[in-house]
Design a protein around this ligand. Structure first.
Ligand code: FNR
Length: 189
């Protein structure tokens, strides 16, 4: 018996009109049968990482770890800030992975990445760096396809819909590959 794959999507942009948020909306619509995507709403509440508070059971951190553990897979949607990963996203990954030896909520979890930014090579550098982090925290990363939505300001129409056919096709393929990986893990359990 197959069951629904629960995906937790995290947008590395907190901006209301975020292109990445719009891309996530398309991803939700493009999810293959058997996959549900929920967007995490609490990223902005997570405090700056401080190891002194790691045992304090901070509510936003506990909620993040709980949401990650409940999900079968993670979808990270990221802008690029100064050729790198947005601080809020890296901060959340640091909290979620700590302490690495006893409470890494990310370990073993399938994860896919997509990103939109204003440069022509939209988020290529941020995604490359994100892949390094995800490997170290022991996630199972979907390698292909890369979904790089460059020149993001030109890729969405006035209603906020992604009008790039290639990007839409790649998002659908990315989600299908994430589902294949998550299915294997869920049904092996
Ligand atoms: C940016 N932006 C940006 N874009 C890019 O492609 N490469 C980069 O290195 C940067 N650097 C950068 C730094 C900072 C501090 C900001 C605020 C922005 C532009 C970025 O792509 C643009 O703001 C996107 O719209 C951000 O994504 P959201 O918020 O629309 O999802």
């Amino acid at each position: 018996m197959t069951r629904q794959i629960r995906v937790l999507a995290i947008n590395g942009s907190l901006r209301k009109q975020s292109f990445n948020g719009l891309a996530l909306r398309e991803a939700i619509a493009l999810a293959p049968p058997g996959m549900d995507i929920d967007v995490y709403g609490g990223l902005g509440e997570i405090p700056p990482f401080n190891q002194d508070h790691a045992d304090a059971g901070l509510a936003p951190v506990t909620a993040l770890k709980h949401a990650i553990r409940k999900a079968d897979a993670i979808l990270l949607c990221t802008p690029e800030y100064n050729h790198s990963i947005p601080g809020v996203l890296k901060n959340a990954l640091d909290w979620a992975s700590f302490p690495a030896s006893t409470d890494n909520a990310l370990a073993g979890k399938p994860v896919a990445i997509l990103g939109a930014s204003q440069s022509p090579i939209g988020t290529a550098r941020a995604q490359e760096q994100l892949r390094q982090v995800l490997a170290f925290v022991d996630m199972q990363v979907v390698n292909k396809p890369e979904v790089l939505i460059g020149l993001a300001g030109t890729r969405f129409d006035g209603g906020g819909r992604l009008v790039d056919e290639v990007a839409l096709r790649l998002i659908a393929q990315l989600l299908a590959n994430l589902k294949t990986l998550a299915d294997k893990q869920v049904h092996a359990a």
